[in-house]
Design a protein around this ligand. Structure first.
Ligand SMILES: Nc1ncnc2c1ncn2[C@@H]1O[C@H](COP(=O)(O)OP(=O)(O)OP(=O)(O)O)[C@@H](O)[C@H]1O
Ligand SMILES: [Mg+2]
Length: 243
């Protein structure tokens, strides 16, 4: 018997036009359950790619999540499938306290859940604070805690390590491992490969000027590809920048 696996997230010839130019130029990609990284220099189109999957930007072409066309899904329906963790966490905040912020996702999605799992990432003493007053690392933790509370099958993490100290980085690495074990599809953007060893990706996509220039198993990613998209090869960051 042949078992056909449907990819969790699929993009066909996705074009996004912003400010009069194509920021994504016909991206075709598919992601199965597991952990995947999207690599590219600043402005390559990584965030735009995640926004297309989350239905947050107008696109041409087709995007499907768990076999359903993103265009055909209502906001709530799509948000039940896809968690989107903003590169700038402050953009996503809508409530007056951190506790209300992590509880809000359940109300928005209209699902039952235990908001207290957020405390795995967010210290209790922050729960009464206005999210706008949080430090960058604290805000990043709060934005990721909402995904943990809502438990969607697809997680989009836009530069998840930004702002975080060592403890925060370890917490996010554990979160990604938890998601992998639960069979989620996790797509992580990175503008350099330093943190990829913590993420232990199954696959990669290399973006350059809005186009996919290479993709494959993580073990197949070469220094040549990294150089070609303007990233510093693994382990060579200091040697390059300090010379
Ligand atoms: N609303 C917009 N209007 C015009 N240009 C935009 C808009 N949003 C994004 N862009 C441009 O699209 C390009 C891709 O942006 P995007 O945020 O996807 O890049 P990125 O790969 O995530 O970069 P970074 O590593 O800095 O986060 C950039 O040149 C950006 O300036
Ligand atoms: Mg970005």
């Amino acid at each position: 018997m042949v078992i056909l696996r449907v990819a969790s997230v699929e993009l066909w010839n996705v074009v996004v036009r912003l400010g009069g130019r194509d920021v994504l130029k016909g991206v075709t990609a598919s992601f199965e359950p597991g952990v995947h990284v999207v690599l590219g220099r600043n402005g390559a189109g990584k965030t735009t790619l995640l926004r297309a999957i989350a239905g947050l930007v107008k696109f041409y072409g087709e995007v499907r999540v768990l076999g359903k066309s993103v265009r055909g899904l209502g906001r709530r329906e799509l948000a039940r499938l896809v968690a989107y963790c903003w590169q700038n966490p402050y953009y996503g905040f809508i409530e007056a306290t951190v506790e209300d912020e992590v509880r809000a996702i359940l109300r928005i999605l209209g699902v039952e859940g235990d908001w207290r799992v957020a405390e795995l990432l967010v210290p209790k003493e922050l729960m009464g604070r206005d999210p706008a007053t949080l430090s960058g690392g604290e805000a990043k933790r709060v934005s990721m805690a909402s995904m943990l509370v809502a438990d969607q099958p697809v997680w989009l993490l836009d530069e998840p390590f930004t702002y975080l100290d060592r403890e925060g980085v370890e917490a996010v690495a554990k979160l990604i491992e938890y998601a992998r074990k639960k069979g989620k599809t996790v797509i992580v953007t990175l503008h350099e490969v330093f943190y990829a060893s913590l993420v232990k990706p199954d696959t990669f996509i290399a973006l350059d000027s809005g186009a996919v220039v290479a993709s494959g198993r993580w073990s197949e990613l070469s220094d040549k590809t990294l150089n070609s998209i303007g990233l510093v090869p693994r382990g060579a960051l200091c040697a390059t920048l300090c010379s």
